[in-house]
Design a protein around this ligand. Structure first.
Ligand code: 9MR
Length: 388
C-alpha cells in the first residue's frame, strides 16, 4: 500500500488522485455492516419515564462535572422527539453528544444539489445548547456512498465532488464540532487475504489517494478541528487484528510523510464476546501513535454479546469484562481523548438489527438497559473517565 502524497502543506489543494497502486480484492458488501435496517421504535418506549435514580445521578443542569476524559454518545436523531427518556439519557450520562448517522455522505448529500442538514443540525444544536461537545462522522465511508457519486466517470469528477462535499459541510459546522471522522473503515476487512485497503468506490475511482485528499480538504476548511481516521477490529488478539493495527499505523505515517494533518485514530470498539482484547497490543498501539503525536479515542463502543450464555447477569458480566480489558489496554499507555458509546440504551442498537443473538434472547449491547437503568459497565466507564 502506498498512499500518494505531494509533500505540500495541507492547505494546498490536492490534485486529481493517481490510479490504484494495487487491486484490492475485498468485497465491502460482504462485511458486517452491510444492508442495515432501522430498528423500529419499541412500543412502550415513548411512554417510559426515567428509571429511578438516573435523573438524580445526573445532577441538576449547571451542576454537571465533565469527566477528565469525555464520555460521548452517538444519538439517533429520529428517536429524539418520540422518546424523551432516550434523549434525556444522553444528557444524564454524556459529555459529548454526536449524530450517529446524520452526517454520513448519502444521508446529508443524497443528490448532487440536494442537502439534508436537518437531522444533524437537530443533534448538534441539542448538544451545544446543553453545553456538550459534539463531533462529526464521517466524510468517507463505503457504507454511505450515494448513487450519484457511483455514477461519476472520471477521477477528477469524483475528487471534485469529495472536496466540495467536505468543504461545504466543514464550512457549515466550522467552530461547532470538536472533531471529524474523516475516513471510516478504509482498512480491508481481512488484510491477510485481501491486501491492506478495502475495495470501495473511493478506491476504484481515486485509489489510496482519496485518504489524503479527504484529510487535506477537511484541514483546509477548518484548521482547528481534530481529524480522525476511524476503523473497527483494532483491539483483539490475533494476526488479523495485528495486521489491521499495523496498517493503521502505516496510513498515519504516510499521511504525516505527506504533510497531511491527522490528529487521531478512532477505535470503533464494537466488542465481540468470544474474542479476546489484546491489552498489550493496545498499549503498544497507543504508545506508537503517541510517539507520532496522534491521539487515540474509542468512537463506537458497544458489545455484541451473542456468544455468551443467555441472561442479563451473564451478558452484562461478559460486557463488563470486555470493556474493562479495552480500557486497561488503552489507559496502560495514557488516557484516550474520548470514549464514545454507539447509542446509549439497549432500546435502540444496530446490534439488534444486524447481529441478533442466534438463541433469540434479547441482546444487551449498550451501557443502559431498555428501561434506561445503568449496567455495571456504565459505572466502570464513568469512574475510569472521571479519573482520567
Ligand atoms: O448504527 C448505525 C445504523 O443506525 C445505521 O443504519 C448504519 C448505516 O448508516 O450505520 C450504523 O453505524 C455503523 C457505523 O457508521 C460504522 N461502523 C459500524 C456501525 C454499525 O454498523
Amino acid at each position: 500500500m502506498t498512499i500518494h502524497h505531494r509533500g505540500r502543506d495541507a492547505r494546498s489543494r490536492p490534485e486529481t488522485g493517481r490510479p490504484l497502486d494495487a487491486a484490492q480484492p475485498g468485497d465491502p458488501s460482504s462485511t458486517t455492516a452491510g444492508s442495515l435496517t432501522r430498528r423500529s421504535l419499541l412500543g412502550a418506549g415513548a411512554a417510559l419515564a426515567l428509571a429511578p435514580g438516573v435523573a438524580a445521578a445526573a445532577g441538576a443542569p449547571g451542576s454537571r462535572q465533565p469527566r477528565a476524559v469525555p464520555l460521548g454518545g452517538a444519538i439517533q436523531a429520529e428517536f429524539m422527539a418520540p422518546d424523551p427518556a432516550y434523549r434525556q439519557a444522553f444528557l444524564d450520562h454524556c459529555d459529548l453528544i454526536m449524530p450517529m448517522n446524520g452526517l454520513k455522505f448519502s444521508l446529508v448529500h443524497p443528490q448532487p444539489d440536494e442537502w439534508n442538514f436537518e437531522p444533524a443540525d437537530r443533534v448538534i444544536d441539542f448538544a451545544l445548547e446543553n453545553d456538550r461537545l459534539t463531533r462529526g462522522t464521517c466524510h468517507v465511508w463505503w457504507g454511505a456512498t450515494p448513487d450519484w457519486l457511483e455514477r461519476l466517470d472520471t477521477a477528477a469528477e469524483v475528487e471534485a465532488a469529495l472536496v466540495d462535499h467536505i468543504e461545504r459541510i466543514g464550512d457549515r459546522y466550522k467552530g461547532r464540532l470538536s472533531g471529524w471522522d474523516v475516513v471510516n473503515e478504509v482498512i480491508a476487512n481481512d488484510p491477510l487475504t485481501e491486501g491492506p485497503l478495502r475495495r470501495t468506490t473511493w478506491m476504484e475511482k481515486l485509489g489510496p489517494n482519496h485518504i489524503p485528499i479527504a484529510f487535506a480538504a477537511a484541514a483546509r476548511v477548518d484548521p482547528d478541528v481534530r481529524l480522525v481516521i476511524n476503523d473497527y477490529d483494532l483491539e483483539f488478539v490475533g494476526p488479523r487484528y495485528d495486521a489491521r493495527r499495523q496498517i493503521m499505523l502505516d496510513i498515519v505515517r504516510q499521511l504525516q510523510d505527506g504533510n497531511i494533518p491527522v490528529h487521531g485514530v478512532g477505535i470503533q470498539g464494537h466488542l465481540y464476546a468470544g474474542r479476546q482484547i489484546d491489552r498489550g497490543g493496545l498499549e503498544r498501539f497507543h504508545k506508537e501513535l503517541d510517539g507520532l503525536g496522534v491521539g487515540l479515542m474509542v468512537t463506537e463502543l458497544d458489545v455484541i454479546d451473542w456468544e455468551t450464555p443467555p441472561g442479563d447477569a451473564a451478558q452484562d458480566e461478559a460486557a463488563y469484562g470486555l470493556v474493562s480489558d479495552l480500557l486497561d489496554g488503552i489507559f496502560a499507555w495514557k488516557p484516550p481523548e474520548a470514549v464514545i458509546v454507539w447509542g446509549i440504551s439497549d432500546r435502540y442498537s444496530w446490534v439488534s438489527d444486524v447481529l441478533p443473538r442466534p438463541d433469540g434472547h434479547p441482546d444487551r449491547p449498550l451501557p443502559l438497559d431498555r428501561d434506561m437503568r445503568p449496567k455495571p459497565w456504565m459505572s466502570l466507564l464513568d469512574q475510569r473517565l472521571r479519573e482520567g
